[in-house]
Design a protein around this ligand. Structure first.
Ligand SMILES: CC(C)(COP(=O)(O)OP(=O)(O)OC[C@H]1O[C@@H](n2cnc3c(N)ncnc32)[C@H](O)[C@@H]1OP(=O)(O)O)[C@@H](O)C(=O)NCCC(=O)NCCS
Length: 291
């Protein structure tokens, strides 16, 4: 086999004006890999990733880098710095420039950044069918933590007895952050606060106290709850899930089977991977597509 030609890849910080090109690459890269494996694209069109990257490239909460080859952008990557655990993604390389080393450089850049910022750990979620990303992340030191079933639909059971789900408010932050500490060992308070302000967050109450929260019932949201009962109440409250679906940890057999028996469909397999601090969660939870 001939050795691959290594182009001269130069990295630089992403700027808001890069979001148009990077968003198109993001759409093209996910479309190509998903379609090649018989899965729908994660985005309905290029506008969604362009908008998402425009937000990330402009936000002080995200560290974002682009890779250029011969003066042309060939890919980008982002690091979510909103908690003590940093989240990677989306990382995408132009389909015509893949497998030439740009992805590894973009991953190393965000890992170096996380280390400079003393992040306690780094996490990401990869498409479970994608052999290249799985191999790349594992070789960079990421451990496989959880198999996830991306699920979509509307549960037949519309509520759970004894549980009340309502929009989250700023006054709920302390209780939600304390719950996250108990279950994961850290909180995601900044992310939750932003979700409360944007109106996507919800909490579940049982026996007069908060027993779970979701930043959103969506691909980009995460949820944490004391028990599966509380998590089922959160999931049952949604008419549908934003984006491709929510990421149900399939090792949580009770929750996974409840989702299946309620008519939810598995859209695609995904994998949660981590470097650094990782506590086995001691409750019910689902990650966002970042972690
Ligand atoms: C995943 C992605 C970002 C990787 O970027 P890339 O520039 O193509 O990858 P690189 O060339 O830097 O690295 C790929 C590595 O995986 C290895 N690899 C690829 N397929 C492999 C396989 N089947 N088994 C083992 N190793 C494999 C390559 O040999 C290379 O290893 P090396 O660095 O030791 O030589 C890019 O392919 C992409 O955008 N894919 C589509 C979108 C996507 O899936 N993004 C990730 C979301 S989690």
């Amino acid at each position: 086999m001939s050795p691959k030609t290594q182009p001269n890849i130069v990295l630089r910080t992403a700027e808001p004006k890069d979001s148009q090109v990077c968003g198109q690459i993001c759409y093209d890269a996910f479309s190509a890999i998903n379609i090649a494996h018989g899965f729908p694209c994660d985005f309905p069109g290029p506008e969604a990733p362009i908008g998402m990257l425009s937000m990330m490239f402009s936000s002080p909460n995200f560290y974002c880098v682009v890779a250029e080859s011969e003066g042309r952008i060939v890919g980008s990557n982002c690091l979510d710095e909103r908690s003590v655990i940093a989240g990677v993604g989306p990382i995408t390389i132009d389909p015509g420039a893949q497998n030439l080393g740009a992805g590894r450089k973009l991953m190393q850049a965000v890992m170096d950044r996380a280390s400079e910022k003393h992040a306690a750990g780094i996490r990401l979620v990869q498409a479970g069918f994608h052999t290249r990303s799985l191999s790349l992340y594992a070789s960079l030191g990421f451990d496989v933590r959880e198999h996830l079933a991306c699920m979509q639909g509307r549960t037949q059971q519309r509520s759970v007895s004894g549980c009340t789900v309502r929009p989250a408010q700023t006054a709920d932050l302390n209780a939600c952050n304390a719950l996250s500490h108990r279950i994961h060992g850290f909180d995601r308070g900044t992310e939750l606060e932003q979700a409360i302000h944007s109106g996507t967050a919800s909490v579940v109450e049982r026996e007069g106290r908060i027993t779970g929260y979701a930043t959103s019932l969506a691909f980009l949201g995460h949820a944490t709850a004391e028990t599966n009962v509380d998590m089922k109440a959160l999931i049952a409250s949604a008419e549908s899930f934003g984006g491709p679906g929510i990421l149900v940890p399939s090792r949580n057999s009770d929750l996974f089977r409840w989702c299946l028996s309620n008519g939810l469909r598995v859209i695609q397999p995904m994998t949660l991977m981590s470097v650094g601090l990782y506590n086995e969660p001691s409750g019910a939870w689902y990650p966002s597509v970042l972690f």
